[in-house]
Design a protein around this ligand. Structure first.
Ligand SMILES: NC(=O)c1ccc[n+]([C@@H]2O[C@H](COP(=O)([O-])OP(=O)(O)OC[C@H]3O[C@@H](n4cnc5c(N)ncnc54)[C@H](O)[C@@H]3O)[C@@H](O)[C@H]2O)c1
Length: 358
């Protein structure tokens, strides 16, 4: 089988874990814990080849991708050395990429103020990218949508790992459908993160006829994503997508507190999540779950990204246009059509089976 030519927008902690994972699998050929499928449509994780990288950070522009993924403020833990890739980080369109708490932490490169959607589209075409993975900060709506426009212009499948609306921006999503380009989003679910754990617990209780009476989900962490999310104006999209996932799990989440709840610098890339679910049982007796999960945040995103990248590539091979709905309910918090955890997993497995037996 061939390779998957991946372009990355946003060379932060999630990009770092993805690049490290691809390198480790390619070098050692090992099956990694957390990788659900060795093969999706004939592609292994090690078939991922990075062909372009965009950022706006003066400290990263011009560096080899291998160096950029360990350059502060990247907080992802370096679990393995990455050999030079030959891919240099290029300036992308700045727009609203750096705002709130990121101002002063990331110094935008002057060229990023001049870079246009067409520049990115041309570059994607020149490097023969199959997939563009968007890993920009939450709240950067204009910048995220600019990369989506570049991808659809270049006919490159787009993965929106951020909460900013792309699948949920009707005119933009329609461009993917009209031009026959696959679209995956919005807002990546971590592989086993707070959203997945929370929605799975709700489904478990509901399957036993136990209505959820009250619930919350609190998250703190110390990476740049959490620094950014500590600004309420930047975090609005994340609150929306988390509620949307809870709603798809079958509860009225309109007043549920579920979101980023603070930046704790010393935690670095560790994320701590506390979930409480109160349910009502026989004779109105009560049942309460209090769960604390601690997890390395960025590798947790990679468990999902290694699936999403292979879905995007195979969807393009199967001439899929627009949102790949049957895979997105499992992979994203705010897909076009949401579903409870078990339904999303079943749909995702069916997708993988359908492209893998061809
Ligand atoms: N487990 C997870 O970490 C997880 C799970 C789901 C979703 N996400 C989402 O993934 C996204 C990335 O998370 P992260 O932890 O890697 O963030 P990060 O802050 O570490 O990295 C973001 C990168 O984007 C760059 N950037 C800013 N504006 C840009 C622009 N206009 N063009 C190109 N690059 C730009 C920044 O310089 C930085 O390098 C966030 O939106 C986050 O909410 C993360």
């Amino acid at each position: 089988m061939g390779e998957i030519r991946v372009a990355l927008a946003g060379i932060g902690s999630c990009a770092s874990s993805l690049v490290q994972t691809a390198e480790l699998v390619r070098r050692d050929g090992t099956a990694l814990d957390g990788v659900m499928y060795e093969l999706i449509g004939g592609y292994r994780v090690g078939d991922t080849r990075f062909v372009a990288a965009f950022d706006v950070d003066t400290g990263k522009i011009g560096l080899d991708l291998a160096k950029a993924v360990v350059t502060p403020p990247v907080a992802a833990v370096p679990h393995t050395d990455v050999d030079p890739t030959g891919v240099l980080v290029e300036p992308g369109p700045l727009l609203d990429g750096i705002g709130g708490n990121l101002v002063g932490v990331v110094e935008p490169h002057p060229a990023s103020r001049e870079t246009t959607v067409d520049d990115v589209a041309e570059r994607l075409t020149a490097v023969g990218a199959d997939v563009l993975v968007c890993l920009l900060p939450t709240g950067a709506t204009e910048a995220v949508q600019a990369y989506a426009r570049a991808a659809v212009r270049a006919g490159v499948a787009f993965i929106n790992a951020t909460p900013e609306p792309v699948v949920h921006e009707p005119s933009l999503a329609a461009e993917f459908t009209d031009r026959g380009v696959p679209l995956l989003g919005d807002d990546l679910r971590s592989h086993l993160g707070a959203t997945t754990l929370h929605t799975a617990l709700i489904e478990l209780l509901q399957s036993r006829g136990l209505p959820v009476v009250n619930t919350y989900q609190l998250n703190v962490g110390g990476n740049t994503d959490f620094l950014n999310l500590a600004d309420p104006a930047r975090a609005a999209g994340k609150m929306r997508t988390k509620r949307s996932a809870l709603h798809a799990a079958g509860i009225d989440a309109s007043t549920v507190s579920a979101g980023p709840n603070g930046f704790v610098r010393y935690l670095g890339d560790e994320k701590v999540c506390m979930i409480r679910v109160e349910a009502s049982s026989i004779l109105n007796s009560s049942l309460t779950l209090d769960i604390r999960m601690q997890v390395e945040d960025s590798p947790n995103a990679t468990g999902t990204l290694v699936n999403a990248v292979r879905v995007a590539k195979t969807a393009a091979e199967h001439d899929r246009a627009g949102s790949v709905d049957e895979a997105c309910a499992f992979l994203f918090k705010n897909p076009r059509v949401g579903a409870p955890e078990s339904v999303g997993l079943r749909q995702f497995r069916a997708y993988v089976d359908s492209v893998t037996r061809d």
